[in-house]
Ligand binder design. Sequence first.
Ligand code: DI6
Ligand code: FE
Length: 401
Amino acid sequence: MKTLWQHCHVASMAQGTYSIIEDAAIVTSGALIEWIGPRSEVPAGNYAERHDLAGAWVTPGLIDCHTHTVFGGNRSGEFEQRLQGVSYAEIAAAGGGIASTVRATRAASEDELFDSARKRLKSLLRDGVTSVEIKSGYGLDLASERKILRVIRRLGAELPVSVRSTCLAAHALPPEYAERADDYIEHICSEMLPALAAEGLVDAVDAFCEYLAFSPEQVERVFIAAQRLGLPVKLHAEQLSSLHGSSLAARYHALSADHLEFMTEEDAIAMARAGTVAVLLPGAFYFLRETQLPPMEALRKHGVKIAVASDLNPGTSPALSLRLMLNMACTCFRMTPEEALAGVTLHAATALGMDKTHGSLEAGKVADFVAWQIDRPADLAYWLGGDLEKRVVRHGVEVDL
Ligand code: DI6
Ligand code: FE
């Protein structure tokens, strides 16, 4: 069945630029785009449905390529404490931080985790997201990581969104492995990853490479284990210090290295050579009131593809709007609105290994698009949050959220 969508302008994001088609039309057949171009050149045909998009600007469906959407509990109390001058270290020493979310996640049932994550995910979908990556990482034992990854699979099955799961067991050291980080890494590599991969729960593997998390040597052991299982890797790198985790990620041809405030030009060169995407997370930068900016000029100079994501998590980026991240990427990191939009479409798709099928509006790709009632594509980064009037289409079918 063919459907014609017309009376619109398109920012197709082909090649990572706006690639604008004025007065455009789109022909979809099932879940795919069959044709896209100027309305004056629409192929003649018998269209089962015709939609007038009322002059909307059409972009690819937004892709949030870095989230920790599934977790138990809430850390707004820590937010209040920090505003009263209590430091992260003091909060962590008192059992707060990631450890408190781990306790709450371990205590929650699968249904409770699903229900709370569904609410957060629907906020992202109402903001134009049609694909999302969701990480585990608040379980830190096999049963709890499995519980989170099963919830992630269930979210993709029950909501109108394409979901990629990432195992982030190497997020933090669980209490039962206190002072024994190497033993925990061994447990991840020899027991957790093989079991979870065998159950079909893992699309990629991630780790937190940081002085307060895991060393490059420990991360490399996780990468080798992922490689043995045929799983691609990603890495939280250079968020708070420079350990050259992003160069390590590039050596393993990681899909992406993420955060990157402290990355060096040498890291950027390594990432460019490997095709590893730089995923910038302005929500965490803003929420932590960081001051170290990612090296935008080095990333641009060496042609590193740049993605932007929410990093939705309870501790450092409780962000429920990917579009607000567009504004933060421009306002905080000085990205252009066009770069930022590429960062939540084609480059985000590349960071998930989905760019052959998603991330730009071209014939043969999936028909995931949003028709925004806006004046210019830059409006998506300009307005601070809020609910822009839009129509969301996923796999060629209009979504009612
Ligand atoms: N970097 C972060 O900012 C989050 N995890 C990570 O690897 C922090 C997660 C949390 O505080 O709950
Ligand atoms: Fe993260």
